[in-house]
Ligand binder design. Structure first.
Ligand code: S3P
Length: 430
């Protein structure tokens, strides 16, 4: 669908909102609920397309999952309780589902085929398939297992010690999940720390895992017990409004109940370094840290972003690029070549779309360089089927001198089905 976006009467954004549940934690709540023995309940589950794909996959594997308004209930039968599906496992647009499912299914005694949409068919899977094969997995796919469809013939696994070539929580999680039914110890060593939701959930569901810096160890033959999970708001979704408030003159926005896991809060560090007026309050830290973040408009300065900060904000780079167009001076984003293998090639997608809006931005081999501050102009653009590109362009429309025509706006439903309503609500609050 196509949407015409423009801010009326130059109104600022103001008010308090909650964003939907965290995508990474929602996926894992279904996975661990299914692998556990007994009942798991999940509140504030993200009803976005990616997480619903994970839910459908586990239903096909014989897990009983029900939704009653805001409450998801999973009746887990233990790791060995999953059943061979009679259909292909469809992961839709979700890379997290594809990669973590490979880890879960490799050691189970049956045959499965994993398939996704056209974007999934272009995303690299060898990064997961190669270490799983080292553990004993039998996986076949296009280009020797690089691309879906992938078929898995369950096989007994053995633990390995694996040094990740890239900081990827998906690869780390796939190996750890396979390690749960492997013989002996599995050790994963990360080059930089990536999001640690899998490790936290293993502990929360009663499993044993040992993390020391960038080295994570676990033993096979673990059992999990069903738990009640509250999914915090997704900081990656909140990022769109935090940035909007920072760059639309006169704005002030508060996000409540948002996840503040330090492996995810790179966007807050960036806003602080740029000189944003931002207040962070930690409210609760039982399972995952949760808090409140308020951002108020102020003048901002460009910065350099790279190194171990990148995994903490990898999904926020499209909106950080827009943020940089409104900073004084130059912003350089480097060490982020992983952007090329996201839902789209996000270096190209961000650079091409922001250029159309009149930004001064150039792509590099591992990131981008942005010169600010720019007056943006309305143009015809597309999400290219990438939810985060669509939402970045939605925020951009609050800065352009004329409307933005956004094609493929429905992509936002992957992680934030109510994104445009929430953006509108923050204007109506004035
Ligand atoms: C995710 C990990 C990240 C992130 C993705 C979700 C996860 O991917 O970009 O949106 O839930 O583990 P990589 O592990 O490929 O960096």
């Amino acid at each position: 669908m196509t949407r015409i976006l423009h801010r009326t009467n130059n109104q600022p954004l103001s008010g308090t909102i909650e964003v939907p549940g965290d995508k990474s934690i929602s996926h894992r709540s279904i996975m661990f609920g299914a692998l556990a023995e007994g009942t798991t309940t999940v509140r504030n589950f993200l009803m976005g397309e990616d997480c619903l794909s994970t839910m459908e996959c586990f239903k096909k594997l014989g897990v009983d999952i029900t939704i009653d308004e805001d409450l998801v209930t999973i009746n887990g039968k233990g790791i060995q309780g999953l059943k061979e599906p009679i259909e292909v496992i469809d992961v839709g647009n979700s890379g997290t589902t594809a990669r973590l499912m490979l880890g879960i299914l490799s050691g189970l005694p049956f045959y499965t085929v994993i398939q996704g949409d056209e974007s999934i068919g272009r995303r690299p899977m060898k990064r997961v398939v190669a270490p799983l094969r080292e553990m004993g997995a039998i996986i076949h796919g296009r280009n020797n297992g690089e691309y879906t469809p992938l078929s898995i013939i369950g096989n007994p696994l053995s633990g390995i010690t694996y040094k990740l070539p890239v900081a990827s929580a998906q690869v780390k999680s796939a190996i750890l999940l396979a390690g749960l039914h492997a013989e002996g110890e599995t050790v994963v060593i990360e080059p930089e720390k990536s999001r640690n939701h899998t490790e936290k959930m293993i502990e929360y569901f009663g499993g044993k895992i040992h993390s020391e810096g960038q080295v994570i160890r676990l033993n096979g033959n673990q059992t999990f017990t069903g738990r009640d999970v509250y999914v915090p708001g997704d900081i990656s979704s909140a990022a769109f409004f935090l940035v909007a408030a920072a760059i639309v003159p006169g704005s002030k926005v508060t996000i409540e109940n948002v996840g503040l896991n330090p492996t995810r809060t790179g966007i807050i560090e960036v806003l602080e370094k740029m000189g944003a007026n931002i207040v962070v309050e930690l409210n609760d830290s039982t399972f995952e840290p949760i808090g409140t973040v308020t951002v108020e408009y102020s003048e901002l300065q460009g910065i350099e972003i790279g190194g171990d900060l990148i995994p903490k904000l990898i999904d926020e780079i499209p909106i950080i690029a827009l943020l940089a167009t409104q900073c004084k001076g130059e912003t350089i984003i480097k060490d982020a070549s992983e952007l090329k293998v996201k839902e789209t090639n996000r270096i190209d997608a961000v650079v091409d779309s922001l250029k159309k809006l009149g930004a001064s931005i150039e792509g590099t081999d591992d990131g981008m360089m942005i010169k600010g501050s720019s007056n943006l102009i309305g143009a015809e653009v597309s999400s290219l089927g990438d939810h985060r590109i669509g939402m970045m362009l939605g925020v951009a429309s609050y800065l352009t001198n004329s409307p933005i025509t956004l094609h493929n706006d429905e992509a936002v439903a992957i992680s934030y089905p109510t994104f445009f309503e929430h953006l509108q609500k923050l204007i109506e609050n004035n």
